[in-house]
Design a protein around this ligand. Sequence first.
Ligand code: NIG
Length: 413
Amino acid sequence: MFDILIRNSAWVLTGRGDVRGDAMAALAPVRAGAVGIKGASVAWVGLEADLPKEALAQTPRVLDAQGGLVTPGLLDCHTHAVFAGQRAHEFAMRCAGKSYLEIAAAGGGIASTVRATRKATEDDLIASARPRLRRLLEQGVTTVEVKSGYGLNFDDELKMLRVVKRLNALQPATLVPTLLCAHAIPEEHRAHREAYFELCLNSILPAAAKEHLAAFCDIFVEQHAFTADEARTLLARASQLGMGVRLHVDQLTPGQKGAELAVELKASSADHLEQISEQGIAALARSETVAVLAPTSTLFVKARPFAPGRKLREAGAVVALCTNVNPGSAMSDSVSLAMGLACLENGLTPAEALLGFTRAAAMALRLPQAGRLQEGAPADVAIFACPDIESIPYNMGTNLVRTVVKSGRVVVG
Ligand code: NIG
């Protein structure tokens, strides 16, 4: 009757509650629950004791959760998982006291990864991204947003997006491609930055749209990157071309009003937010724009304070989390580390942190059926070797996932 049955759980988190309300109510756990999967969709969720009598005998594949936690497949809604090279020397510079912006001004930072990524072929980029995506999958991440942004010219931005498209077909996770040509001003355009913005607006963006290479368009609004007005212009064009829009905002410099800008532009998400103001918090709380926090990068670039996750939640904003895995500001793809930091430093509860990697992240990616386990939802499931949510952030940096199902197929375990 099912193709796969998951049984013997401590809890099944259905995620069917209100995402802005109490996080545990939003996760809507079923104690000793079971999940029946048919094809690529969830067919049944409920108490194992309520399973139809014949279910166990008639289901060809039964997954024993061994008393563990069963969650929806996780979504990592902000990554830069495709890149070439590495920046370990910048890490050492930061340990010696240089800031992220100082390192960038000295020719390092994003520009350094751009040089390496431009030299790489599509096949090189695929080969280096696959282990990252595999590690995410092994942590239960069945949907990954992946940005361009290390090409910063016509050919190399499109190359990055084509790599994401090819990767989508080469491994089990669903990849959501985002065009981030407005990530930094490339070195060759520093003297005439408007020419690069024109290239983004009039060449790269329309070409990405024409080839259907990007679901979202993103922009980094920051000193030395792009202005609020450039964001308005670029993202308005992206919306006209049918893309969703998102912004890197309020990350490093205070007083930029980035969250307010994201709300004004009806963005799917406003990402980072370490420097968000009280007005920005209020604006996000009144909006459909999801606050995406990236605590690993706050730690990694020593950019204090951490984003005010507690205040955002209490104001009524939807708060998602991400690994933000990238070579410069977060060389870590650990979900439990991001969740642990979100609890210790952003002030979220463990349940809010898990909601941040499930329902809230799905909202940021405009995938309303993802991040939940309900009849008809995608059969994306993670089974943890722990019985409770708290154990996930508590085991910071350790992966407790034992089994992963993606689109109705067992892909890990
Ligand atoms: O999301 N903020 C800008 N972009 C990335 C960092 C990219 C890099 O340093 O390579 C981020 O943190």
